[in-house]
Design a protein around this ligand. Sequence first.
Ligand code: 5GP
Ligand code: MN
Length: 351
Amino acid sequence: MKADVILPTLDIKQAQSVRCMVDQAHEVVMVCHVSPDGDAIGSTLAMYHVLRLMGKRPWVVTPDMPPRSLGFLSGVHDIVVASQKPWRAEELVGRADLIICLDFNAMMRLDKISGIVASSPARKLLIDHHLYPEGFADLTISHPEASSTCYLLYNVLVAAGMSDMIGRDAAECIFTGMMTDTGGFTYNSNDPGLYTVTADLLRRGVDKDKLYKLVFDTAGESRLRICGYAIYRKMIIFAEHQASVISLTKSELDEFEYAKGDTESLVNKPLAMPGVTYSVFLRQDDDNFVKVSARSKGHFPVNKLCELYFGGGGHENAAGGEFYGTLDEAMCRLVEAMPGFDKYLPENPEK
Ligand code: 5GP
Ligand code: MN
């Protein structure tokens, strides 16, 4: 199917060398960041489907489990999850002659598989939209202005003359990443190109309504109750800092029979309040480990907050990090950080 490159900043020559790298490879492994989201899984699986159509032997290897909410995506059950089958992950990465790195900018983000990927002699290709990519790849295609890696990947595939290889399965994966990294086209989503690509993906068989419902509007009882409880009981508003913080302890998570993915999108909810410019969610996964998720509106840089205080990073409006210590200590660290970030607050938050 004919398609056009939509991303104006794309270096066509660079994209065409992707085709050469792929043509020369036989065993191709796709990898993405730990705690993979829709864009990470969408981009790796899209590439997997494209390569299968091209007659290659592709594998997707992830550091840990994909979220349950993406269990409907074609190919998701073929993913080799390193935390479950470390020997298999090692074997596949070890014999790959091309490793395609998608949706991350630093080796550290590969968590437990960073060592085997870094030491692999395979050629490496990075396609990503995070700021400041490390220089570990033989070819780096980095476009922080793209709202998702999936949107970037679509453009790369088209520019590389591989658009005929984007079948319905790959199109669904690409659409899923474009949709999840823009919160269902509610932020970072004013680029008209997103809708040109969406139109093309619809023509390739994507059922947009079905995918939206599956990703954003499908939840088990535990997920609904835990989100209700978190907002009702555990949300603290720091009005002077235009901030909201939600925290959940390990015992609360256990009480609600928390399963991975149950609190996804919870961090976005407080942004519904006009006076809240940024929202942070602290989830105590272990006695001594807290996962941090942050979201913001406008130009409030939650990536800086996560980088400086929680060893993490991400995008201006969506970032995350980690804290080794108790939940109370994580909360104290965050509260200490707040005054230093007042300078980024809008004078008149939306009323
Ligand atoms: P989430 O809050 O959905 O877990 O993550 C949002 C975004 O923040 C991710 O897409 C990723 O870019 C970034 N992110 C989340 N956790 C981390 C982390 O621990 N380290 C870094 N560098 N980035 C993170
Ligand atoms: Mn992404």
